[in-house]
Design a protein around this ligand. Structure first.
Ligand code: ARG
Length: 570
């Protein structure tokens, strides 16, 4: 039983004792409990205003009656103030309850089985074939990865889908360019960069020689018709791109269960188009087939171009249906940049108009733009920051800092990797996802700021304290030693961890976990500065060591849930 529930149960029995049977569930009481901004007002406050109507009594009277009826020993004191019932928890018992629960549940602390039997499909990263993986795809990759881990933590079955951008006329052009100027070994060695070069050259030369475009179209037609040579080259481009991308995914520790991208739906769109037609949703507009969404204040959804070609939307409709049929999801998340907001509103609306109840279970998890050291990313002006280069640089910079700060560390390369990459990921997930991010080396790698390295360093410090204490005699913790405000701040954060994780899942907002990790690290460092852990008094020492261990465990889990590793030595 968690602490909040214990308080809620006390309120419920006091309510029954004072007013007889009341129509309120313990969970509703727990949900109504507030945490006062100032601990001088108590650790919890229960507002009695809602009950006032049902009980036909003033909130002040209810709060007075409840205050008189609460005697549990973990409640140090209660006060009735202006319709609020303020709880002051006995600090020693509070620390004991919170830390013992966290300790007993270990790395499952904060989790529950609320997702058992449920499935979530997550569409994230979803990179484009024959394009370099640049930092514009970092947020989708890391938010998706974190949501994947968070859902699994709560018992969901999670299906991670990389909806590859592997369809479009550009691939016809790329093949045409490859046939004219390319050769196998150069592309095999140069990877995506070589493909991009070919494509750029094709577009340049096509300006002088427009006949090239016909060649490109002809090759695209061949891909569509399943011509073996065209398919072979195209699939090879795809595998070269994925090989490059996989290196980045390995560095980031990100995985997928499916790489079914746009081309996967080539043979799955006809039933959708038929069904749209049968349901009278398809309309002709200047030769194209559309779904009119004017009634919903949106431009029409384009289903077929006038030449009969399918579109991004057509493929997403087929993908949504396929995911429902294949995985029978309870929730389907699309972690895609805010710029595609309209696309997803249209998509979900068309699904709804098709009569699919489950369109309600689809959600666009939008996020803001990333710039780099103040410069917007633009392929045209050449300010492109490639993710593998960024990560490699981060690792090098972390390595330099480690060489300076901890010259004697054993596995410096491994730790530099964990810290460098962790810094980038942490920075990316630090703000509310809808906010734009400006990536900065100084701010990402600062060991004293609100950064990944700072949290990792705090975790390593806790590990080091525990290592040094390993030989000390064991004793029963004296929880009264944790009554000081610094210890209590740590305990309070530990207690809030489960709720924070739940909100992070419900709002698809990993930044709540990132922020929490910083808050906990800061509170622990204050505690550590103010309180000596290895004191002589065994009860006090045991209590402080227990707190340190729970902080270590909680930071490790929090970091894992946002996709950041937690080295034990730094
Ligand atoms: N490949 C697209 C892009 O890079 C993102 C695809 C998102 N997923 C989807 N089902 N539309 O912009």
């Amino acid at each position: 039983m968690d602490f909040k529930t214990a308080v809620a149960n006390e309120i419920l029995s006091a309510l029954k004792a004072a007013f007889g049977e009341v129509e309120i569930a313990p969970a509703d009481i727990a949900a109504a409990l507030e945490i006062p901004p100032d601990t001088a007002l108590g650790d919890y406050a229960f507002p009695c205003f809602k009950l006032s109507k049902a009980l036909r009594k003033s909130p002040m009277m209810i709060a007075d009656a409840l205050a008189a009826g609460i005697h549990a020993d973990f409640v140090g004191r209660v006060e009735s103030v202006k319709g609020y019932l303020n709880f002051f928890i006995d600090r020693a018992i509070y620390a004991e309850k919170v830390l013992s629960l966290a300790r007993a549940q270990g790395e499952r602390y904060g989790a529950d089985d609320s997702g058992a039997g449920k499935t979530v499909v997550l569409d994230y990263s979803s990179i484009n074939i024959a394009k370099r993986f640049h930092i514009g795809h970092l947020s989708t990759t890391m938010i998706g990865n974190s949501l994947y881990r968070l859902h699994r933590f709560f018992g969901w079955r999670a299906v991670g889908v990389n909806h590859l951008g592997d369809w479009g006329t550009q691939f016809g052009k790329m093949i045409a360019a490859y046939k004219r100027w390319g050769d196998h070994d150069t592309v095999a060695a140069g990877g995506v960069d070589e493909m991009v070069k070919l494509y750029v050259r094709f577009n340049d030369e096509a300006k002088e020689n427009p006949a090239l475009n016909d060649e490109g179209r002809a090759w695209f037609k061949k891909i569509e018709d399943g011509d073996p040579e065209a398919l072979e080259i195209f699939n090879w481009f795809k595998s070269v791109t994925l090989k490059d991308a996989e290196r980045v995914y390995d560095m980031l520790g990100v995985t997928f269960d499916s790489y079914a991208g746009e081309s996967f739906y080539n043979d799955k769109m006809q039933p959708i188009i038929d069904s749209l037609r049968d349901k009278g949703l398809l309309k002709e507009d200047q030769g194209a087939q559309i779904v009119d969404l004017a009634d919903y204040g949106m431009p029409p959804a384009l289903i077929l171009r006038s030449d009969g070609a399918t579109l991004y939307m057509t493929r997403d409709l087929a993908a949504a249906k396929y995911r429902k049929d294949t995985y029978d999801f309870d929730k389907s998340l699309y972690v895609v940049a805010y710029q595609q907001d309209l696309h997803f509103r249209q998509l979900f609306k068309v699904l709804e108009l098709m009569g699919y109840e489950w369109s309600k279970a689809c959600e666009h998890v939008a996020f803001g733009m990333v710039s780099f050291e103040g410069e917007a990313l633009s392929t045209r002006q050449g300010h492109v920051v490639y993710l593998d280069e960024l990560l490699t640089q981060a690792v090098e910079k972390a390595r330099a800092i480690i060489d300076e700060k901890s010259p004697d560390l054993e596995n410096k390369d491994e730790v530099a990797r964990q810290v460098g990459i962790g810094a980038v990921v942490f920075f990316d997930l630090y703000n509310n996802r809808i906010k734009d991010i400006d990536f900065s080396w100084d701010r990402a790698l600062n060991f004293d700021g609100e950064t990944g390295p700072y949290v990792q360093y705090t975790h390593a410090r806790a590990c080091s304290v525990l290592r040094k204490a390993a030989g000390a005699e064991k004793a029963e913790p004296d929880f009264a030693a944790l009554a000081d405000p610094f210890s209590q701040d740590v305990v309070r954060l530990i207690e809030q961890f489960p709720d924070i994780l739940k909100s992070a899942v419900n709002r698809s907002e990993p930044s709540m976990v990132t922020r929490f990790a910083v808050d906990l690290a800061q509170a622990f460092n204050k505690f550590y500065y103010e309180n000596k852990v290895m004191v002589d008094e065994p009860g006090t020492r045991a209590a402080r060591l227990l707190l340190t261990d729970v902080v270590r465990q909680t930071l490790k889990v929090a970091l894992y849930l946002i996709g950041v590793e937690a080295p034990e030595r730094m």
